[in-house]
Design a protein around this ligand. Sequence first.
Ligand SMILES: Nc1ncnc2c1ncn2[C@@H]1O[C@H](COP(=O)(O)OP(=O)(O)OP(=O)(O)O)[C@@H](O)[C@H]1O
Ligand SMILES: [Mg+2]
Length: 354
Amino acid sequence: MADVTLSDIRKSYGAVKTIHGVDLDIKDGEFVVLVGPSGCGKSTLLRMIAGLETITGGTLKISDRVVNELDPKDRDIAMVFQSYALYPHMTVATNMGFSLEHRGAAKTEIAERVKWAAGILGLTDLLDRYPRQLSGGQRQRVAMGRAIVRNPQVFLFDEPLSNLDAKLRVVMRGEIKALHQKLKTTTIYVTHDQVEAMTMADRIVVLNGGKVEQIGAPLELYDHPANRFVAGFIGSPSMNFLTGTITKEGFQTSGAVVPLPKVTDTVIGQAAVYGVRPEHFRLDNHPDYASVRAEIVLIEPMGSETQVTMKLGDTLVAGVFRERINGSPGDMIHVSLDIDSIHLFSEDGTTRLN
Ligand SMILES: Nc1ncnc2c1ncn2[C@@H]1O[C@H](COP(=O)(O)OP(=O)(O)OP(=O)(O)O)[C@@H](O)[C@H]1O
Ligand SMILES: [Mg+2]
């Protein structure tokens, strides 16, 4: 168990800078998820923590020890990759015990640790099988077993579920969470899937272009994204954005005026970006919500909810409603907006205005 501290961590490949100074304090036992679009530097950052990639600048500490120059094997870290990389000619038990054997552990200790890990991961009956005789989810569990037998101070996961089908991903993400609750090992988990990030993390780090955009608890990021990038990245379906001007009467966007939350007078007249999540539209004329007219473009009944693409002024927006909706493209409907849940950003998207 250990804290992990990154101070101004940088990475360049030759002249190309990919990580631009990342600061991150991970507490002992915390489950931190690094999330961001492809190429933003998630794997690079994780590989630097693991010692698989050199660190160009800054300081990396595990517990109180600076480990910048330390060999991967001396960092007491275990990493689980997207490709499980199991040895095909070894049984599950041998695969799981391999790293201990490699370190010269005694046979009885290896057997004991493997038995313990197999028990935790539900692999006890599969110990004599070969990887080819396992399902994808079982293989992923063996890969995790291989990581936990050593009882490392830190677990690193790099998109461990992306090779699994959607259903199994949901099951396995629950298993990884449960494993963390049992072992309480500091965990850094990389994904580009924001649903995984939301459901698994104690804290999420949103990365973009090698920089941290925001760090916070999942619902903090959801409710108070610091900028337009985070607002658009966290949440599914994504937040809708309208561009326009803040006026005394409301937010003036092309072809419509939409209701504004309370703002300071200083921003009146300012060009801005208006963000509203699909679930913050209502069909009923809720007394607390201000109403606007929208034109139905597409109705998609999902059973539990209805997704509606609609035109608000000249902008296409997505709404998600609890109700079932009868209507056809071209029909006008009244929708209300939960103004307490409106997000306002500067025109360039970099700062939050409310
Ligand atoms: N060995 C390398 N040499 C040069 N550039 C590299 C190298 N490895 C990674 N990069 C670059 O560094 C940037 C970050 O890559 P990285 O693999 O960390 O992204 P990622 O966030 O993990 O993306 P993905 O979600 O696609 O896995 C990318 O622009 C990539 O092209
Ligand atoms: Mg990656």
